[in-house]
Design a protein around this ligand. Structure first.
Ligand code: MG
Length: 157
C-alpha cells in the first residue's frame, strides 16, 4: 500500500466555466487557470503522484506548455492513472474534500464520484467526494477562491 496527499486552490472568476471533478456546474463564477482549473481533480492527481513518489502535477503537465492550455483535467487524471498502473498500482480508495463558499455542490457530489471512478478505472464505491464551507472565513469564505484536499491509498497489483 502507498498513501498520497494533494492540495490545490484556484481563484474564482466571473464567466469562467465551473468544472469540478469533471462535472460542469451551473455557476456565474468558475475557477480561473491555464487548464480548465478543475481544483479537486488537480488535488487528486497530485495525491496519486505523491503516493508514487513522483514529481507533482506541475512537473508532469507544465502550465508553460501550450499543450495544456484549457486542458481537460479528466484527461490529465486519466494519464495519472495510466502512470499509476505502469508503476504496478491501482486505487484502493480516495477521499476528496472540496472547500467552497459557493456554488452549492451537494446536488453534484454523486456524479462527481462516479466520474472520478470511471476516469481512474477504480472500483465503484472507492472514490469519495465531500464538500464544506469555511463559514465565511478566509479566501474560500469570501468567495475569492476554491480549494480541495485529496488523499489516496494505492494497492500493489
Ligand atoms: Mg490547479
Amino acid at each position: 500500500m502507498r498513501i498520497g496527499h494533494g492540495y490545490d486552490a484556484h481563484r474564482l472568476k466571473e464567466g469562467r466555466p465551473c468544472i469540478l471533478c469533471g462535472i460542469l456546474i451551473p455557476s456565474p463564477v468558475g475557477p480561473d487557470g491555464h487548464s480548465d482549473a478543475d481544483v479537486p481533480a488537480h488535488a487528486l492527481i497530485d495525491a496519486v503522484f505523491g503516493a508514487l513518489c513522483l514529481p507533482d502535477i506541475g512537473a508532469h503537465f507544465p502550465d508553460s506548455d501550450s499543450a495544456y492550455k484549457d486542458a481537460d483535467s479528466m484527461e490529465l487524471l486519466r494519464l495519472a492513472g495510466e502512470e499509476m498502473r505502469k508503476n504496478g498500482y491501482e486505487i484502493e480508495n480516495a477521499d476528496i474534500t472540496l472547500i467552497a463558499q459557493r456554488p452549492k455542490l451537494a446536488p453534484y457530489i454523486g456524479r462527481m464520484k462516479i466520474r472520478l471512478e470511471e476516469v481512474l478505472e477504480a472500483s465503484p464505491g472507492s472514490v469519495n467526494v465531500k464538500a464544506t464551507t469555511e463559514e465565511g472565513m478566509g479566501f474560500t469564505g469570501s468567495g475569492e477562491g476554491i480549494a480541495a484536499h485529496a488523499v489516496v491509498l494505492l494497492r500493489e497489483v
